[in-house]
Design a binder for this molecule. Structure first.
Ligand SMILES: Cc1cc2nc3c(=O)[nH]c(=O)nc-3n(C[C@H](O)[C@H](O)[C@H](O)COP(=O)(O)O)c2cc1C
Length: 181
């Protein structure tokens, strides 16, 4: 029986993205009780403008906020660009600030960069999510390198250890209680 829903958001627009690959793998290994939804609207979001942050919202923004509201928890996987988050993904986060949907929502992120890399993106995420009031699930925020060689013909990571870690992350995130964070 489905009891929870985890919204998966990739911070990369790149075809063949390793971040999206990690999230597609998470979808493939999700326990039966966890429904996963991959957000696919990043490219359609308009540039954030406070003047537009009111009803009726631009349709892609309304869809984003509805998707966040519907989810029990959110799992983010974003690359590091120039020491921080990609602009397109920071734009998405800016659109969440004016809504209340992510407030107190359990959120975690995966860092799929090689060891020692990607820390700038994670640090920015922590800062920005702090402003949004998201409930960061520390145990589910992990570094899990995903190299291109690790991807199988179905477009997901083949390494059983990585797949198991992704299952654990989803379970931890989906069962996190905001009150205990
Ligand atoms: C414009 C640009 C800037 C980047 N800056 C960094 C960086 O500061 N630190 C880093 O570790 N990797 C950096 N990278 C490497 C990306 O994080 C890496 O290619 C990552 O795999 C991209 O994720 P994706 O495969 O999901 O698109 C940069 C890549 C690009 C295109």
């Amino acid at each position: 029986m489905t009891t929870s829903e985890v919204l998966l958001i990739s911070g990369s627009l790149r075809a063949g993205s390793s971040n999206e690959t990690a999230l597609r793998t998470a979808q493939a290994v999700a326990p039966e009780a966890i429904r996963t939804v991959l957000y696919e609207g990043l490219a359609a979001l308009p540039h954030f403008n406070p003047d537009d942050d009111h009803d009726p919202l631009p349709a892609p923004v309304a869809e984003l906020r509805t998707a966040i509201a519907a989810a029990t928890a959110v799992l983010i996987c974003a690359p590091e660009y120039a020491g921080t988050l990609p602009g397109a993904f920071k734009n998405l986060l800016d659109w969440t600030v004016g809504g209340t949907e992510i407030c107190d929502k359990p959120v975690a992120w995966l860092n799929v960069a090689p060891p020692g890399r990607g820390g700038g993106a994670a640090a920015t995420l922590r800062t920005v999510l702090g402003y949004t009031g998201a409930a960061i699930v520390e145990q589910a925020c992990i570094q899990l390198p995903v190299g291109r060689e690790a991807v199988g013909p179905d477009g997901t990571v083949t390494d059983p250890a990585v797949r198991e870690r992704l299952r654990e992350v989803l379970t931890t995130l989906a069962t996190a209680s905001p009150a205990s964070l």
